[in-house]
Write a protein that binds this ligand. Structure first.
Ligand SMILES: [Cu+2]
Length: 334
């Protein structure tokens, strides 16, 4: 006979609900000052809620089976006024004020001009990322955001089509990205790591696949990376790479994608200038490998349904191999 274990279901469900599986994406294991404040607020609310629940249970128990004197006291009008109206009004107001104060520090009002600024645009269903490189060089990337550890970063959040929401649970709270407006969020990563983010506002069919990685790196590594990322795409050094570049340009990939240093200057899809240095392909759906690159090029609608990239099934296998070789070579080296 199978015995039900309700406590196991309860524990498992609770862990699922709070996303406690790892430090990569969890509000309960904060990796920044701001996320720490949110976790504190969450524990405070949980503790307060538990206290109130315990008080209510005791009061109900006393009201039903307590001594007559206590039951009479609970039935008095003044008890209802003090415990039923005054107590919730005061405590909930205090908690609201604390919550507003916490979020104010996240939204960074007034705006801290010394913070590093990174623009993130939500699009169906990926993240367009823009940095300001050395000497103001614009650097575009997609679906992964690099930040220096210990430095405040202000994210300028925009939306290109519908409302999205920027949320990296281990680093801070969520902020909506609204078409026609710019919202802001300031975060400071405490330690190096890769933290997963997720669109937190339903934005269409592939919303659940709209994820990103925030890569927090030591400041010196970040500066070196930014310098590399500002460079134009390298010229392929292999024959197959050169063939792949020809395929890339002849197939019209440049109508939607930019590869700085070539004629490809499209802006519909992700900038591919250094795609070979990124961790994922398929608009953050698959790990970056040769096989996954080729799969996304010919079968992208099954990887991320509804994305704007047409499937290039007309390419011959050797053209596809060459194209993948070229794209994998697109990374600046030291
Ligand atoms: Cu979404």
């Amino acid at each position: 006979m199978i015995r039900a274990r309700p406590w196991r279901s309860l524990l498992g469900g609770s862990l699922l609900l709070c996303g406690c599986a790892s430090d990569v994406q969890s509000v309960m294991t904060p990796q920044s000052f701001q996320a720490g404040q949110i976790a504190e607020l969450a524990w405070l609310l949980f503790g307060f809620g538990a206290l109130v629940l315990a008080l209510v249970i005791v009061a109900v128990w006393l009201a039903i089976g307590g001594p007559l004197r206590v039951r009479q006291a609970l039935a008095q009008e003044s008890t209802v006024i003090w415990l039923g109206i005054a107590f919730p009004a005061v405590t909930l107001s205090a908690l609201l004020a604390y919550g507003v104060w916490v979020m104010r520090s996240h939204l960074n009002l007034p705006h801290d001009r010394s913070a590093l600024s990174i623009e993130v645009v939500g699009e169906q269903w990926w993240w367009r990322v823009r940095y300001s490189g050395p000497n103001g060089t614009p650097i575009a990337s997609a679906n992964e955001i690099r930040v220096p550890v210990g430095f405040p970063v202000t994210f300028k959040l925009k939306a290109a089509d519908v409302i999205h929401s920027f949320w990296v649970p281990s680093l801070g709270g969520k902020v909506d990205m609204i078409p026609g407006r710019t919202t802001r969020l300031q975060l400071t990563a405490d330690r190096p790591g890769v933290y997963r983010g997720q669109c937190a506002e339903y934005c269409g069919g592939a919303h659940a696949l709209m994820a990103m990685d925030v890569i927090a790196m030591p400041a010196s590594d970040y500066a070196a990376w930014l310098e590399r990322a500002a460079a134009a795409a390298p010229t392929p050094e292999t024959e197959i790479g050169l063939q792949g570049r020809s395929v890339f340009l002849a197939a019209g990939c440049g109508a939607c994608h930019t590869v700085r240093g070539t004629a490809a200057a499209g802006s519909v899809g992700p900038d591919l200038t250094h795609i070979g240095a990124r961790r994922s392909v398929g608009i953050d759906t698959l790990p970056l490998t040769r096989e996954n690159l080729m799969r996304f090029i010919v079968d992208g609608q099954h990887v991320k349904p509804g994305n704007l990239m047409p499937e290039f099934r007309v390419l011959q296998p050797q053209q596809l191999e060459a194209l993948a070789s070229y794209l994998l070579s697109l990374k600046a080296t030291d």
